[in-house]
Design a binder for this molecule. Structure first.
Ligand SMILES: C[S@@+](CC[C@H](N)C(=O)[O-])C[C@H]1O[C@@H](n2cnc3c(N)ncnc32)[C@H](O)[C@@H]1O
Length: 250
């Protein structure tokens, strides 16, 4: 990021502009722009080797780059990987792996390979997913590959926007070990998910926000400023750019 950090968007109105799309996508030259009450805000990105806040990827993530490239190719053919892993920064997956124990309760907004991975770890998984087709796809994979015991631990809700947020708000306070916010902002804004979801995390549990470097999600991260942030920058499965996953312990 070339200039001082501008103020976060106040709504989901961030746009990305490429001057020479084909070349700029390759080299990572683009402008991310949004309007807020201060006027037009933008960041200019000049490379593909840092996240949008200018942090470099970890060595751990760099060394696993071939694995990321393979997952990218695999996911083009099978959006649910033969061995599902969350589409989070690799270091964040490792971090979660160390925290998870069978029986833990996970709430995730935005489901996918992560849902199936949490199930495979023995967790009880509550997923709020905007797409009915994608939810069916996940359910089919779970039934076929993980079996009936895992399916009983899978609680899949097809909801978006206000309905999704009302659902989160209706859940018991401090009842989840992990809340993962990883939905598509155009359907359910991540800021609203963090606002509604943070009180649902048990004391000692974790709030996790993926793509926390993206301006669209800055205001979600700002809701957690009172807690210490653990930030991982690097590559994630199926993601062609360096990104960031953040955790906060409650
Ligand atoms: C950022 S993704 C969620 C990723 C998920 N939490 C994971 O780590 O696997 C946001 C949305 O994209 C869609 N999605 C997830 N995985 C996908 C895939 N492999 N291919 C296509 N769409 C996917 C779902 O509708 C999901 O709610």
């Amino acid at each position: 990021m070339s200039n001082q950090k501008p103020n976060a968007p106040e709504q989901n109105n961030v746009q990305t502009f490429y001057e020479h799309p084909a070349l700029d996508r390759l080299t990572g030259h683009y402008t991310v722009e949004w309007e807020n009450s201060d006027g037009t805000q933008q960041i200019k990105v000049h490379n593909r080797i840092t996240d949008l806040e200018g942090h470099a990827p970890s060595l751990f993530s760099l060394m696993r780059l071939p694995k990321v490239v393979k997952s990218y190719r695999d996911a083009k053919r099978h959006p649910i990987l033969p061995e599902p892993v969350p589409f989070l920064v690799l270091d964040a997956i490792e971090f979660l792996e160390q925290k998870l124990e069978p029986g833990m309760r996970v709430l995730e907004i935005g489901g996918g390979n992560s849902t199936l991975w949490f199930l495979a770890q023995g967790c009880e998984v509550h997923t709020i997913e905007h797409s009915p087709d994608w939810a069916e796809h996940m359910r089919g994979f779970a039934e076929e590959r993980l079996g009936s015991e895992a399916c009983e631990r899978m609680h899949l809700h097809v909801e978006q926007g206000e309905d999704a947020i009302a659902h989160i708000e209706s859940l018991d306070e401090q009842s989840f070990d992990i809340v993962l916010v990883d939905c598509m902002n155009e359907f359910t804004w991540r800021k609203d998910c963090v606002r509604a979801g943070r009180s649902k995390v048990k004391p000692g549990g974790w709030m996790c926000l993926d793509n926390s470097d993206h301006p669209n999600n800055w205001n979600a991260a700002e809701l957690m400023l009172d807690k210490e942030r653990i930030r991982f920058t690097g590559w994630a499965p199926m993601c062609s750019v360096v990104t960031q996953t953040s955790f906060w312990q409650m």
